[in-house]
Write a protein that binds this ligand. Structure first.
Ligand code: SAM
Length: 246
């Protein structure tokens, strides 16, 4: 998969050299290309922002450098990439969206600073390719770079060959299928007794059916405790008699 990122802080993406994503890049599974937005600003100060029309605090990112930068990225490939615009006013980034992105050949992320990018830019590219405003949560970051790191990590680990055990993504919280709208329950490893706290006996029993049932019960309990609104969204068709007792 190819991923392009246009930002005024390309150095922010150094963590993409590390761990699973770093290895995926080394192995050629993920091809990340960073671009400095200011390379397309032509005044002596390489200005990328200006005051907002209509007044108000803060600055808005100018359309010209963004337009030239996106044109240059689009011209470097064949079919245009899907463009992901991080913004707190976007649609929520979910595991489902991460899976959708993981199936794309090419993504372009446009993390902004200040009050965001002049709205005409994405209106323009929306006529040529799929453009989406996406939020990583109901809070406001100083810039979109951290949001892009979050999205690339979520998408990158779903690419074939990135996770050592592909099954771990299937059992993750939110994974479509049995875990849709469910949070994963607690996990344990050796030793069986740590500071007098024992691993639940069922996990040592070797009884796969009972362990699966216990894990689902724990997932239901944790979801009820931490995210009750997700429980309400569970598909009743996917519930069994035992689920309903939890
Ligand atoms: N005034 C904007 C608003 O209230 O929607 C916030 C602008 S924020 C200071 C600057 C940039 O950070 C945004 O344009 C976006 O790129 C990024 N950003 C901030 N919070 C985000 C979030 N929750 N999800 C995705 N991107 C975010």
């Amino acid at each position: 998969m190819r991923v392009d990122i246009i930002s005024i802080f390309p150095e922010y993406f150094a963590p993409l050299d590390v761990s699973l994503i770093g290895k995926a890049r080394e192995r050629g599974i993920l091809d990340v290309r960073l671009h400095q937005l200011r390379d397309w600003a032509h005044d002596v100060h390489r200005t990328v922002d200006d005051t907002p029309y209509g007044g108000g605090p803060g600055m808005v990112m100018k359309p010209d450098p963004w337009g030239e930068a996106i044109d240059a990225v689009l011209a470097s490939g064949e079919a245009p990439p899907r463009i992901v615009v991080p913004t707190p006013s976007g649609v929520p980034f979910t595991q489902r969206l991460a899976m959708e992105y993981a199936a794309e050949p090419w993504l372009l992320f446009t993390p902004a600073r200040y009050e965001g990018i002049d709205s005409r830019v994405m209106a323009e590219y929306g006529t040529r390719t799929r453009v989406e405003e996406v939020s990583v949560g109901d809070y406001v970051l100083a810039g979109g770079e951290a949001a892009v790191l979050v999205m690339i990590e979520a998408v990158g680990r779903l690419l074939p060959g990135v996770l050592g055990n592909a099954c771990s993504a299937v059992d993750d919280s939110f994974a479509p299928g049995a875990m849709e709208n469910l949070l994963e329950g607690p996990v344990y490893t050796k030793p069986p007794d740590w500071r007098g706290r024992e691993v639940p006996e069922i996990l040592l029993s070797g009884h796969h059916g009972k362990i699966a049932r216990w894990r689902r019960d724990e997932a239901l309990r944790r979801t009820a405790r931490n995210r009750p609104e997700l429980l309400a969204a569970l598909d009743p068709e996917g519930l069994d008699k035992h689920d309903l007792k939890i």
